[in-house]
Ligand binder design. Sequence first.
Ligand code: PLP
Length: 399
Amino acid sequence: NIMFFDKIQAAPADPILGLGEAFKAETRPEKVNLGIGIYKNAQGETPIPRAVKAAETRLLAEEKTKNYLTIDGVAAYNAATQAMLFGENHEIIANQRAKTAQSLGGTGALRIAAEFAKRQVQAQTVWISNPTWPNHNAIFQAVGMEVRDYRYYDKNTHSLDWDGLIADLSQAKQGDVVLLHGCCHNPTGIDPTPEQWDILANMAAEKGWLPLFDFAYQGFANGLEEDAYGLRAFAKLNRELLIASSYSKNFGLYNERVGAFTLVADNAEIANRAFSQAKSIIRTIYSNPASHGASTVALVLQDPDLKAQWTDELDEMRERIKTMRQKFVDTLKECGATQDFDFIVKQNGMFSFSGLTAEQVDRLRDEFAIYAVRSGRINVAGMTDDNIRYLCESIVKVL
Ligand code: PLP
């Protein structure tokens, strides 16, 4: 035998998923997981939303075949996704300027978008916020694009580095992809204001960027419609867009891998032509997607009762996180923190950029069995009434 594999070097552990494995292996009973971005309820569980369970039950009773889906997946799901993104009856939908393919989570949609931008638009460069979800860099590097970053976060004020962002994005050239987080920026929890979105949308149109929205947390900042402000501001001024959206979080369907790749073109004919190339890309990666998760989402979004139930449950998730943000800040104060943590209350979504250093995060893990990402990102949804006191006491000890 000639051996090839023995020369392979081990890949570094994923900074976020690796943390989950370490947490599983942790034996101290007081352990707290603020790492991976999953929602947890007041009992620390990640339940299946009741609307989802009801739709799944119906689906299992009624489905008659396991025949292949088409390359772009469940048609009703794709249509419902467009309504979520742009709003019912949006001009883009009426004029059939958007085409959507069901994808394997938001990650799968991002990969399709990256392949599409590289192969069909000949985009060489993508601009990504610094910091960002680490997989963004990896996905675009995987397709051979140059990754550049734009400033996003001001450490001193714990807010958006607007001047830095504008200065850096001023260097983005025509045809560059500019990646934006639709809402609940990961990891900082800081989003542009509506006024800032308008300015960015205008800048994109003037400079001729290809905007790519990563929309993984719709409904977690202020509400389904409110959270689409940035995307819709771009859609007003930019005739072409790419969107990678996900239902992993807002439907609690993490392991069913339900996302969507959407492209918006100037008219229906161009959209169809461009989309045929996106379908070729999909065909050579996984041929066609799985049915269960997307059929479940489609059923919930098409049924007024299930939809109402789901939006209630989504509201509940969002409100719980907001409540925990406030409790976290209050409890830190009670535990004697002298630093000001009020900025945490203003952040959106599950994540908070706590300002903890990598060394402090390491100490929390080693001394207190509290797990967080070394960037200082903490998942606020991991906090419960049972663990918040212990968590804050421990944090104050490492500050
Ligand atoms: N984009 C961002 C910013 C995320 O935080 C995540 C998930 O953590 C994703 C995309 C991917 O979501 P999915 O699990 O649907 O692939």
